[in-house]
Design a protein around this ligand. Structure first.
Ligand code: SAM
Length: 191
């Protein structure tokens, strides 16, 4: 099996084991990825974190557009996805760690990273405990540069009030052309 099919199969097999952690049977479509990443200003994106890269569908797109001196730190809970990404996506700008998005502060501190320019999220906020969700949102806000952005996609709109409570502005979009139609949110801080 080639790397792409291998990734799709690995993703689907984990959906049947942990549906709440994955939220979807199939990785994100290119339409969803394009919409989600549309706000990114690649010329100033030097430090990026990704929550829940899965088999790397969004990760690869980020790497394709990132500057040569930019860095991407991907936090993924599932060890099989971590091993798969380390094996399949060889790029010195990428580091994949087996950590929860809730541990962002620790992950940044260990790497001596200051604030980040973009946090990109594919983790299912509506199926995780509310304490973890709130912690991830607060940590993200705390570690974003003042001009930084938090870009999120979700299959339900349930997280919106929590995003609106945590960030200063939240813009919303909707993408139909995905296995499950998805909401996209662009969360920013006041200047
Ligand atoms: C819907 S999948 C998204 C995969 C990929 N980003 C995509 O768009 O195709 C959600 C991913 O988030 C991971 N995940 C769930 N909760 C997480 C958390 N708290 N921290 C890090 N990863 C998490 C799951 O293991 C899974 O890989």
């Amino acid at each position: 099996m080639n790397g792409y099919l291998n990734g799709q199969w690995l993703f689907a097999s984990h959906f049947f084991k942990h549906p709440g952690l994955l939220g979807s049977l199939i990785p994100s479509s290119r339409h969803l990825i394009e919409r989600l990443l549309r706000p990114v200003d690649w010329s100033r994106a030097r430090r990026i974190v990704e929550y829940g890269p899965g088999v790397g569908t969004i990760t690869k797109r980020l790497l394709a557009q990132m500057a040569p001196d930019a860095r991407l730190l991907a936090l993924e809970l599932n060890p099989d996805f971590v091993n798969y990404l380390r094996r399949e996506v060889k790029d010195p700008r990428l580091e994949v760690v087996r950590m929860s998005a809730a541990d962002l502060g620790q992950a940044l501190q260990e790497r001596d990273w200051g604030a980040v320019d973009y946090a990109i999220s594919g983790i299912p906020f509506s199926t995780m405990p509310s304490t973890i969700r709130d912690h991830v949102l607060r940590q993200t806000r705390e570690h974003l540069h003042p001009g930084g952005e938090f870009l999120v996609y979700q299959f339900s709109d349930r997280v919106r009030p929590h995003l609106e409570r945590t960030f200063d502005a939240v813009e919303r979009g909707f993408v139909l052309r995905n296995f499950l139609p998805a909401h996209c949110y662009r969360c920013t801080l006041a200047a």
